[in-house]
Write a protein that binds this ligand. Structure first.
Ligand SMILES: Cc1ncc(C[n+]2csc(CCOP(=O)(O)OP(=O)(O)O)c2C)c(N)n1
Ligand SMILES: [Mg+2]
Length: 427
């Protein structure tokens, strides 16, 4: 029966750029640097609603630090930050080559997103616990407390791999550096971080948690569950949403970023929220410090949406030229975080092109030397290193329960049988 009412239909968001068609980045709603207000840390969550829709920025196009979020000048810290970003980029570039050379099986870069993890690492305290995803290697590389060689041994699953071959490459775990074991099950980091923060409060401790998630993964139920718990108990946690515009080949609008923001999810849950320029090292530092102070002073959680762009492929198994314009990053309105901090420091007379080149070359040499050392310990793809079968069963229980001992014996017997049946390789 025709009632004159049009048939129902669904809206399926489309990316504003595809291969061969330049991306229209106007959907981002970029505010000018210095325009967003900086409320006191004890602001009520509802009074951050406007900050969830604007963009907190400090560095303007000329590299000047402007507006209420500009942190106190601290040249040595900013030089350290620039070095940390350069180190992260050099590490990523070398590991990508190592994967192509079949020295490691898999790698994930954070190209273009370096400011977020590095500045955040310098804004929180030792003892605080981050629950990162695979794109926050900058948290480890910024603080210099974990040797690069050790990270590379993890990537190679060699005899010095602290994870003893049990984790995928890039899934580091460093309790001593406040870096919780990475899990491939995305969004679990959010509920774990909130739980860890609640436990810290229950114990009467002073350590806070920092949760990490990507734009795409916010569509998981764990994200929403975490926001509810964080709000209800005012958990001492920073809730970081890294909106790098893509979840593998899926545009951020498919996860719900169209006509609203991911920061707005926080406000809706009664959580103070900010939307911040993630390619602006100074803005990341300032917003992270603001959120950390709120958490540490029992003022509650803060959700921060970091706007950035995933400049590289999702992983070494991805080819982004299949689903987005190849030159997108060049046109991304928030630029390159390294170039922006460099410009700022040069403007202050605290950096130069020559110093930049020198630092970059020195870091590349440091990374290359670390790789050489890591390779000397072998690896799955280098010398067919296979960890002993016992390692599958160890390090879980102090005393191995009977059923696991039984399984271990069975596995050993099967392994020996298999080896006896397989002739050794020639050469
Ligand atoms: C629960 C879960 N679902 C799906 C995947 C497969 N997966 C791995 S990475 C990824 C994309 C995640 O995108 P986003 O959250 O935006 O993070 P980004 O990679 O952009 O940093 C997907 C779907 C997974 N690892 N875990
Ligand atoms: Mg993403």
């Amino acid at each position: 029966m025709n009632t004159g009412t049009p048939p129902l239909r669904l809206h399926v968001p489309e990316p504003s750029g595809r291969p061969g068609h330049a991306t229209d980045f106007s959907y981002l709603h970029v505010a000018p640097a210095g325009a967003a207000r900086r409320p006191p840390v004890d602001v009520s969550p509802a009074d951050t609603a406007d900050l969830a829709f604007t963009l907190v920025r400090v560095l303007d196009d000329d590299g000047h630090a402007v507006g209420p979020w500009a942190p106190e000048p601290d040249v040595p810290l900013l030089q350290r930050g620039l070095r940390a970003m350069l180190k992260t980029r050099a590490f990523d570039a070398r590991m990508l080559i190592a994967q192509r050379q079949k020295k490691i099986s898999f790698y994930m870069q954070c190209l273009g997103e370096e400011a977020i993890a590095t500045a955040h690492a310098l804004a929180i305290e030792p003892g605080d616990m981050c629950f990162p995803t695979y794109r926050q290697q900058g948290l480890l590389l910024a603080r210099d407390d974990i040797p690069m060689v050790e990270m590379m041994c993890q990537l190679m699953s060699n005899e010095r791999d602290p994870m003893r071959g049990r984790q995928l490459p890039v899934m580091y775990s460093y309790k001593r550096a406040g870096f919780f074991s990475i899990s491939g099950n995305l969004a679990t980091q959010f509920i774990q971080a909130v739980g860890w923060g609640m436990a810290s409060a229950i114990k009467g401790d002073t350590k806070i948690a920092s949760a990490w998630i990507g734009d795409g993964s916010t569509a998981e139920a764990d994200f929403h569950t975490a926001l509810t718990f964080a709000h209800v108990y005012r958990a001492p946690v920073i809730l970081n949403v890294v909106n790098n515009q893509w979840a593998i080949s899926t545009f951020q609008a498919i996860a719900g970023g169209e006509a609203t923001t991911f920061a707005a999810r926080g406000v809706g849950c009664g959580i103070a929220s900010l939307r911040v320029d993630g390619n602006d090292f100074l803005a990341v530092l300032a917003a992270s410090r603001w959120a950390a102070e709120r958490a540490r002073r029992n003022l509650g959680p803060t959700l921060i949406e970091w706007i950035t762009y995933r400049a590289g492929a999702h992983s070494t198994a991805d080819d982004p030229s299949r689903y987005r314009p190849a030159d997108d990053w060049v046109h991304f309105p928030l630029g390159d975080p390294i170039e922006r901090l460099k410009r700022h420091l040069v403007g202050l007379g605290a950096w130069s092109d020559a110093e930049h080149d020198r630092t970059q070359k020195a870091l590349e040499a440091e990374v290359a030397a670390a790789l050489k050392q890591a390779e000397s310990y072998g690896g799955t793809l280098i010398d067919n290193h296979v960890p002993p079968i016992e390692s599958m069963f160890e390090d879980v229980y102090r005393d191995m329960p009977a059923h696991l001992r039984e399984q271990l014996n069975q596995a050993r017997a099967e392994w020996q049988q298999q080896r006896a049946a397989t002739p050794p390789k020639e050469g």
